[in-house]
Design a binder for this molecule. Structure first.
Ligand SMILES: Cc1cc2nc3c(=O)[nH]c(=O)nc-3n(C[C@H](O)[C@H](O)[C@H](O)COP(=O)(O)O)c2cc1C
Length: 321
C-alpha cells in the first residue's frame, strides 16, 4: 500500500495542480482513468479567509474524485494556519491533505511574493509548513522547483523536513526559467537520497509519454510521479501511464476512446454545473492534434454555452466516424 503520512493511496500517479484546468470535472475524470491523487489548482490562503465566491466554488469536491489535496499559496504562515482551520471546520470531509505552492513562477506570483519566490527564504517556508502542520492531522506536502534564480532545493527541503512535511514534489527547473529547457530528473534523485523514507518524493516535470513514468521512477527512485500538461485534454494518459508502471502493454487511444472520454467529461461538467469558461481550457487541450484543430479551436473559443461546445464536438465525431 502506498502512503503519504496517514493517507493510503491506491496508485502512484498524481494529477498536478494546474490553474484554470483542475476543476472538479477534470479531476474526477483523471481519477476515473487512474490518477491516485488529484490536486486543486492553487488557491490563495488569504483569499479563503475573505470568503470570495470564486474561491468558494473552487472548494467544491465530489465523492468520486477523493482523495483530493488542496493547494494553497501565500507567504504569511498565519494565513495558512487560519485557512486550513477554516476549511477543516467548514468542509472537514473535502480534502485529504494540503499542499504548499512553492513552485509557481508567473509574474503575479513574483509580484505577490508567493509561489517559487518563497524559496528565496527557506526559513519562512519552514514556518509555513509548521503552521500548516499545527492546524490539521492530515498530510502536508510542498511543491517546489530547484530554487528561484539559484539552486537551493536541498536547503528548502531540509527546512520542510525539519517541520515534518509528509511529501515533497520537485519540478526540477529554476523558477526564473519558467518552462524553458528540460526538467533535470537527476535532482529528483538527489532529493530522494537526501530525505528519510518517511518523507515521500513526488517526481514531476516533462512526463511526455506514458513510458516516461517508469523511466522517471527507475532513474530517480521517486515514490510517486506527478503528471501535468500531458493530461490536459487527455485523462486517458493515466491509464496508459499506469500500464507502463506495471510493465504492461500500453493501450492505444482509439477513436472510440476519444469519444468516450469527451462524453464523460461533458457529463461531469453538467453534473457539477460548470460554466463554459470552466471547461474551455480542457476542451482546447482535447482538440490539440485533431484533424481540423484550428477550426475546432476557433469555434470552441467563441462558444458561449456548454451545449454549444458539446454540439461542436459531437459534429466533429460524426464527420469523422
Ligand atoms: C496551465 C498550467 C497551470 C499550472 N498551475 C499550477 C498551479 O496552480 N500550482 C502548481 O503548483 N503548479 C502549477 N503548474 C505547474 C504544474 O503543476 C507542473 O509542475 C508543471 O507543468 C510540470 O509538469 P509537466 O511537465 O507534467 O506539465 C501549472 C502548469 C501549467 C501548464
Amino acid at each position: 500500500m502506498h502512503k503519504i503520512g496517514n493517507l493510503k493511496l491506491k496508485g502512484e500517479l498524481f494529477l498536478a495542480p494546474m490553474a484554470n484546468y483542475n476543476n472538479i470535472a477534470f479531476r474526477t475524470l483523471a481519477r476515473e482513468y487512474g490518477a491516485a491523487l488529484v490536486y486543486t489548482e492553487l488557491i490563495s490562503a488569504k483569499g479563503l479567509l475573505m470568503k470570495n465566491r470564486r474561491t468558494e466554488k473552487m472548494l467544491q469536491v465530489s465523492e468520486k474524485e477523493k482523495p483530493v489535496f488542496l493547494q494553497l499559496f501565500g507567504s504569511n504562515p498565519l494565513d495558512f494556519k487560519k485557512a486550513i482551520e477554516l476549511i477543516e471546520k467548514k468542509f472537514p470531509q473535502n480534502f485529504a491533505g494540503y499542499d504548499l505552492n512553492a513552485g509557481c513562477s508567473v509574474p503575479k506570483a513574483i509580484k505577490g511574493n508567493y509561489g517559487c519566490t518563497l524559496m528565496k527564504n527557506a526559513s519562512n517556508v519552514g514556518q509555513i509548513i509548521s503552521s500548516m502542520k499545527s492546524s490539521t492531522n492530515k498530510p502536508i506536502s510542498i511543491k517546489m522547483r530547484l530554487g528561484w534564480s539559484e539552486e537551493n532545493f536541498l536547503e528548502v527541503a531540509r527546512e520542510a523536513v525539519q517541520n515534518e512535511v509528509d511529501a515533497i514534489t520537485l519540478h526540477p527547473r529554476l523558477g526564473v526559467l519558467g518552462y524553458s529547457g528540460e526538467a533535470n530528473w537527476e535532482k529528483i534523485k538527489e532529493l530522494k537520497k537526501e530525505v528519510n523514507s518517511k518523507v515521500k518524493i513526488i517526481g514531476n516535470g516533462d512526463i511526455k509519454k506514458p513510458e516516461d513514468v517508469l523511466l522517471m521512477k527507475k532513474r530517480t527512485n521517486s515514490d510517486f510521479e506527478m503528471i501535468g500538461r500531458s493530461a490536459i485534454g487527455n485523462a486517458f494518459f493515466f491509464k496508459q501511464a499506469n500500464s507502463s508502471l506495471m510493465n504492461k502493454k500500453i493501450p492505444l487511444k482509439s477513436f472510440d476512446e476519444l469519444k468516450k472520454e469527451m462524453n464523460k467529461f461533458f457529463e461531469l461538467a453538467e453534473e457539477f454545473n460548470l460554466g463554459p469558461n470552466d471547461i474551455r481550457p480542457y476542451l482546447l487541450g482535447f482538440v490539440r492534434g485533431l484533424i481540423g484543430a484550428p477550426v475546432l479551436r476557433n469555434k470552441i473559443g467563441v462558444s458561449k454555452t456548454i451545449s454549444e461546445m458539446k454540439k461542436i464536438i459531437q459534429e466533429y465525431f460524426l464527420n469523422y466516424s
